[in-house]
Design a protein around this ligand. Sequence first.
Ligand SMILES: *[C@@H]1O[C@H](CO)[C@@H](O)[C@H](O)[C@H]1NC(C)=O
Length: 439
Amino acid sequence: MNLARRRRAKAVVLAVLCCCLTAWLCRLLLRPASLRASIVLTAFETTGLRPDWLRAICERYSSPEYAHLVEEVILVWNNPAAALPAGLPHSVKVVRSKENSLNNRWLAARNIRNPVVLAHDNDLVLNQAGIRCLLTVWREYPDRLIGPYARQRVDLDYVLDDLVSRPAPYHFILPRALVGASSALAEYGAPELAPLRDYVDTQAAHCDDLLLNLVVADLNQRPPLRVALPPASVSDYASVCSPLDRSLSSGLADQTSRSRLRTDCMQHFLSSPPFSLDASSPSSSQVAVCDADGSAYTVTNHVSLRRWRDMENGTAASLCPDLAARHLPPPPPQPKQATALRSELEEYCQPVDSARIEWLDALVDLKVCDAPADEPPDPGLVPSAQHQCGAWCVWDLRKPSRAGWRLRPGVCWERFEDGHADWCGEWFWQRPRFNLEDS
Ligand SMILES: *[C@@H]1O[C@H](CO)[C@@H](O)[C@H](O)[C@H]1NC(C)=O
């Protein structure tokens, strides 16, 4: 081989190598970095069921299966007087609070370098598709709070409605499960907000989440974005296990007069600078609906009741087997006939405890009081009840008035047309704020 040919061969090899290197570098730089969440949990309880739930949640998120979605698990331990529950995974980073304050869970964001935080209550756990969904949506809306549970205000009234019955504008994402930029969450700690953080500590509605929503919306002048998580992606201890024994799992939300307190709190925050109604509390009606594995979504204004209820997975027997064994009735020797009506009702409203089973039975078996035996069941009752899972006072959603049915257990459904002074009246706030005719 002569010298010239050798040189040419060398040049070709070099050029090919260069090309390869450039292509590899380009791929490295252009590939979206894999996004992982810093999970922030907050806990206080040392007795009852919550320490067990906390352990199960920490174990799940610290496991190798979640490593591609979870950067770190941070536990804000809000009980300075007590030791941590035993048996938490060693990898969990514990932040010990000096005092029990809900502010601590957002203040923790100031020390998080990872760009995205997933905060949630210690009474539910998400599967991988659920976390992937939240991250997929957040990646395209990094300046908003993202999450499945939302609330609205009507002017200056805070509304407790779950907003699963119909498309509805919403203003707040609840911290039951919520994703946001750590830099935005860290704004919660701004020095000028100190008086409002103090208010959170003294006001009974636990409204740190309202303050957080205002902080983040105000920062970017954008509403939050609600997400319908993939089907079966949420195991919700609070809705499945808590009803079996309230004394073991009392949550912050078990309060009477809650809607008034939340309203007071919201009005307090919005009544003076730095916040204002339009800039700090904008609304949206859009929902990002995730596909089954959470890697894609579509944005829509309408999500059906069934799709919302589909998010949940898990029965008492799988989430809290001991409680289920103690409090759920043994399966009947003759399994209940799965009538079409019963199956349909259970799709909307799981038979989570004895009271719920009795309620489902009542819808299938009982008539309206004083109705003749051969009369068909009231056509308004079941469609209304689907939106008022487990309620013993079912409001008639065909009418805007205070009409409805009161369950007389084991006997009949008592119809009332204009309020119900001695029983249902005080539960009118639970009526979903929409009419079946309009939807
Ligand atoms: C639903 O829960 C069951 C029992 O806990 C579990 O085996 C199953 O994988 C869960 N489904 C999803 C989609 O996570």
